[in-house]
Ligand binder design. Structure first.
Ligand SMILES: *Cc1c(COP(=O)(O)O)cnc(C)c1O
Length: 454
């Protein structure tokens, strides 16, 4: 890689002076020496000082093939020779059409119409509004509320936060939100009952059914992160739970929204997490990996049943009044097409499945670490829950910042990762080779061992 000479001190000073970083306590951050990324190549990032790091969380769960992938770079260059952006409000463009066709071909059977936006949160806002308005059009005006899972995360805009349930992120805004109904998520490691996967599934489905029984008449939709609840700590559902959720939603006439922003596009070892249990939601949201981690494009995909409820005469005002300036952006859609084509060409889904088995085997030795309480994995989504005491599953106190400290050590050892509280998240790009995964796991193991046992 050719790195242009940058003056690190000058950039750091300007960063401190002008930039407010997301999910970052700035008082602390500006005291520290920031990492300033200059380049990426394959599964590595390089900062302006020339240090190289593995991209251990795929630049926050986005990256698929790596950085500076020739096919993806070229797709953007080619599209630039035609046009960068024109609006999708009332008119169409070539990449947005072709991407929608491609997406419907990959989606769970029955999903039919693609609505574009630019982030996971906006995709969720759109899903909420669609579900809400669907019932209004259907004449079931009482169905206005949403059921969500405890500890769910669906993005940071107000609607998405209203169906979110992580107190740390969401409590400050509580008086600003619409209230949603919360159902317990099957967090098996800390389940109130002992028992096998099947018993857990049945227990939590029974809990959900109680909620649905009590609230279905006022409920428009249930929203769920299928198979893996991500931001709560990479929590994997027991088998059969998602299918059960689908059946209960149908039984109680509540729409099912599957938020696949994190899990979509191969991350869990299938194109979509819903594919693990042959589930078709009424609405599916996706983003993150869609463009291979290149540009901000997200989608909300609905069945024809939902779409058709919005059809009517102009005067009836059934139009879905929603859009964003960059909806259907050509550069983003072009790189998304290239990403999906490259995934197909490389047979990446199959590769992820094979490498996941390898990862599962390699993760076994993490279970021997004294402070690793739970090792969770589905495909290329992995979470290691650290505990003070394994037998009692005693959690580290927040003030100990155990996750932050482990990630800090990993950074010194050459890998960038970001924790979720006491859970160490490992989410390498899907195209990482087994040799690369080995190198990353080595750092992960060393960092956890040194910080928790040192
Ligand atoms: C990341 C995430 C979102 C929000 O996506 P943004 O692009 O950050 O707005 C929504 N839902 C889930 C499940 C996510 O993991």
């Amino acid at each position: 890689m050719l790195v242009k000479e940058w003056d690190y001190a000058e950039l750091a000073q300007k960063n401190k002076q002008y930039v407010w970083h997301p999910f970052t306590q700035m008082k602390e951050y500006i005291e520290d020496d920031p990492i300033i990324i200059a380049e990426g190549n394959g599964r590595k990032l390089r900062d302006v000082q020339g240090n190289e790091y593995w991209d251990g969380v795929s630049s926050i769960w986005l990256n698929v093939h790596g950085h500076r992938v020739q096919e993806l770079d070229q797709a953007i260059r080619d599209q630039l020779d035609h046009i960068a952006h024109s609006t999708l409000l009332g008119m169409a463009n070539i990449p947005a059409i072709l991407l929608a066709e491609k997406l419907i071909g990959l989606m769970p059977q029955g999903l039919a119409k693609v609505f574009y936006s630019d982030s996971g949160a906006t995709a969720v806002e759109i899903a909420i509004k669609m579900a809400f308005q669907y019932w209004q059009h259907k004449g079931k005006r009482k169905k206005q509320r949403f059921i969500t899972m405890k500890e769910a995360y669906h993005g940071d805009t107000i609607g998405a936060v209203s169906v979110g349930a992580i107190d740390l992120y969401h409590e400050a805004y509580s008086s600003l939100l619409f209230s949603s109904i919360k159902a317990p998520y099957p967090y098996v490691y800390r389940s109130p009952i002992n028992g096998s996967g099947k018993e857990q599934t049945d227990f939590f489905l029974a809990k959900l059914e109680e909620v649905l029984k009590a609230h279905h008449e006022e409920t428009a939709a249930l929203i769920i992160e299928p198979i893996v609840q991500g931001a709560s700590g990479i929590i994997v559902m027991p088998d059969g739970y998602l299918r059960g959720v689908r059946e209960l939603c149908t039984k109680y006439n509540v729409l099912m929204i599957a938020d696949e922003v994190a899990t979509g596009f191969g991350r869990t070892g299938h194109w979509f997490a819903c594919d693990h249990e042959n589930v078709t939601p009424d609405i599916l949201t996706a983003g993150k990996g869609l463009t291979g981690g290149y540009l901000p494009v997200a989608i909300t995909v609905a069945t024809n049943e939902i779409y058709e409820a919005f059809l009517g005469e102009y005067e009836e005002k059934k139009t879905f009044f929603h859009g964003h300036s960059y909806t259907g952006n050509q550069l983003g859609c072009a790189v998304a097409i290239a990403n999906l084509e490259l995934m197909e060409k490389k047979n990446l889904i199959l590769e992820v499945q094979q490498k996941s088995l390898y990862l599962a085997k390699e993760l076994e030795r993490f279970r021997q670490l004294r402070h690793v309480g739970d090792v969770r994995q589905k495909g290329f989504m992995m979470g290691l829950e650290l505990v003070v005491n394994r037998d009692a599953k005693e959690a580290y106190d927040w003030s100990e910042r155990i996750g932050v400290r482990v990630c800090r050590r990993a950074r010194e050892l050459g890998m960038l990762i970001r924790p979720l509280g006491n859970v160490i998240v490992f989410m390498p790009p899907l195209a990482a080779t087994t040799e690369e995964l080995d190198a990353m796991l080595q750092i992960l193991h060393q960092a956890i061992q040194e910080v928790t046992e040192g």
